[in-house]
Design a protein around this ligand. Sequence first.
Ligand code: FAD
Ligand code: SF4
Length: 342
Amino acid sequence: MNNFGYSRATDIADAVRQITANPSAKFIAGGTNLIDLIKEHVALPSRLIDITHLPLCNVEETEKGGLRIGALVLNSDLASHPQIEARYPLLASAMLAGASPQLRNMATTGGNLLQRTRCLYFYETSTPCNKRDPRSGCSAIGGINRMHAILGTSEHCIATHPSDMCVALAALDARVLATGPNGERSIAFADFHRLPGDMPQIDSTLRVDEIITAIELPPNGFARNYTYLKIRDRLSYAFALISVAVGLEIEGGTIREARLALGGVAHKPWRDRDAETQLNGLPATRASFQCAANTVVCEARGFGHNDFKIELARRAIVRALTQAGRGTPQSQTDKRISGSLP
Ligand SMILES: Cc1cc2nc3c(=O)[nH]c(=O)nc-3n(C[C@H](O)[C@H](O)[C@H](O)COP(=O)(O)OP(=O)(O)OC[C@H]3O[C@@H](n4cnc5c(N)ncnc54)[C@H](O)[C@@H]3O)c2cc1C
Ligand code: SF4
């Protein structure tokens, strides 16, 4: 048992003050990931700073016509929020694909962003793991790596980011708002999570003395042509082998704007701008979607057990784009992928 202190933050300034005074402390929100990590001796915080009483539970319109989601909005409340269901159904679908109803009732928006990898070696403290214990080695390379990354890996870590919500937020071009000792800053979602490089112990660009206060969504939610496709070992309550978030703007059968992000393939939600650019101006057909899928996986690399993910990703991308193009986002078993779409 590792002893730790406990205190409640009274407001955001107090939360920042407390974490600045004690950088080995951790904020606790829903606790659905952090408590597991503490029980497994993977996280050893000297203090838990309880932020659950801070006023960060609202979903509000922004001046730009988007939405601002407080960091303590529960995953279940967000997925069923009328504005999210109507304007950002891609985000609602992704959230409902994650975890279980009980977990979503506890898990918060801010905590979801900072949940840690599900690499088995990361949780098994008797094995080397560069993310848990820097410079100790990576047990997954040459070990059991069926769930691991195929893109953006390094020789130091091949872990994936496990969130579903974050894949949709990446596709939607969300921003993360954080407050630290120097005030508030806004971080583009693409810059929030990191690739492992030679510092896999650091998951994000959030500083240790900062608190996430909100997520901002831009006005366009791609509510007409979207899909979140999650491929997993069980139909529910399992992390993604591959997931694909797609948003399309289609005019007269031609793609005007494409968004494409993948989960389960990299250390961060994987957004492929080249594939998106390639789709812009093309007809919404299977041939176009196959080109984009080939672009995404052209630099993918397997590590043995996860080699199958390269072809799985290619097929999942084509299927997700097809579903989004047809406006049938919930179709899980569509076998009628045809040569051209309306
Ligand atoms: C069995 C199981 C299955 C799951 N399946 C899925 C799944 O399929 N898909 C999926 O996406 N997720 C899944 N999850 C993960 C779940 O979604 C996350 O555990 C949850 O979103 C974390 O939110 P939390 O509020 O409980 O975070 P906590 O556990 O409280 O915190 C997580 C981390 O975030 C930090 N933190 C929290 N809030 C803030 C803030 N505002 N500012 C700065 N730091 C903060 C904490 O210090 C901690 O480091 C699963 C979890 C479990 C246990
Ligand atoms: S993949 Fe990353 S998290 Fe898993 S054992 Fe290797 S270093 Fe650790």
